[in-house]
Design a protein around this ligand. Structure first.
Ligand code: FAD
Length: 263
């Protein structure tokens, strides 16, 4: 049975943080594209539901070489409003209907499943050196995206994501047969003040930074040689969408293509 009787609807970021508290017993709903089917099908029975749609967390601000994105910003707004390669990755999420409803915060916090990975925006956020501002039991804090992904979203309410505007950016992905298929494999690359960063989505439960590729580039390797290093960074797994073997065959070429487009 769907139980949505105890729904909190904050109208500001401060109210959202206060309502979230330490997160115990709270289920956050942003766009709801993942969490609402789970509630509807009885896979999730929230004690309290925190709906972010009216909390004023849906703004994109670009100034001073930085871009600040509210956690409840729809993916569709990123397509024209966010720096690359985030904009291109956003354009490839689901279909028009999903992009209009889904949010960047929900994508960042999307729980991995055993059958496929989701959270395509994690890879471009890794390349843009994203900082994640969140609230929780220890109050407000800002983490690097790597620390945030390593710790997982439990007990944290994401409020805002800040990224650097890149000097240049590129991406490459395996095309999908239709809009409701999740990503098979995608590579993001960007140069910011932090240097060239490369990240891979679709090879495991969450996106991973390709530090071996980055090191090879820093040592002067060609895009082809650096692309081969990607298999030192990830060990692609079988899932419902593609085999690990297929991904291993394709990944170096995708990295090479993204790096070629970057230069
Ligand atoms: C048909 C279809 C196709 C899809 N295709 C893709 C795809 O191509 N690529 C892709 O990456 N995803 C895809 N998705 C998955 C999903 O739509 C996206 O990942 C989306 O960005 C999730 O955002 P949301 O706001 O809807 O999340 P929600 O469903 O609202 O939440 C998802 C999870 O994040 C938590 N959460 C949400 N916001 C916050 C916050 N601010 N702080 C802390 N926790 C939070 C929720 O509690 C929940 O656990 C698809 C989904 C569907 C239904």
């Amino acid at each position: 049975m769907t139980n949505l009787t105890n729904v909190l609807v904050p109208t500001s970021a401060d109210d959202a943080a206060a309502a979230f508290g330490d997160g115990s017993g709270v289920t956050v709903v942003a766009g709801g594209t993942i969490v609402m089917p789970d509630i509807k099908l009885g896979r999730l029975c929230p004690e309290r539901t925190l709906y972010l749609g009216r909390a004023g967390l849906d703004r994109i601000e670009r100034s001073g070489g930085m871009c600040r994105i509210g956690a409840a910003t729809p993916v569709s707004a990123l397509v024209d409003g966010a720096p690359e390669p985030l904009a291109t990755f956003a354009a490839h999420v689901g279909d028009r209907e999903v992009r209009g409803q889904a949010t960047i915060g929900g994508n960042l916090c999307a729980p991995a499943t055993a059958t496929f990975s989701r959270g395509d925006l994690q890879a471009p956020l890794l390349t843009l050196d994203a900082r994640i501002r969140s609230a929780g039991s220890t109050g407000e804090r800002t983490d690097s995206i790597e620390d945030f992904l390593a710790a997982g979203p439990d007990g944290r309410l994401v409020l805002e994501i800040e990224v650097d505007e890149p000097k240049r950016a590129a991406s490459a992905s395996v095309r999908r047969p239709h809009a409701h298929a999740y990503t098979i494999l995608a590579v993001a690359a960007a140069e910011t003040a932090a240097g060239i960063r490369v990240a891979i989505a679709g090879a495991g439960p969450r996106a991973v930074r390709a530090t071996s590729v980055e090191q090879a580039l820093a040592d002067g390797a060609s895009p082809e040689d650096a692309g081969q290093k990607a298999l030192d960074d990830v060990d692609p797994q079988d899932d419902a969408i593609a085999s690990g073997n297929y991904r291993r065959q394709v990944l170096p070429a995708l990295v090479t293509r993204a790096l070629g487009d970057l230069s």
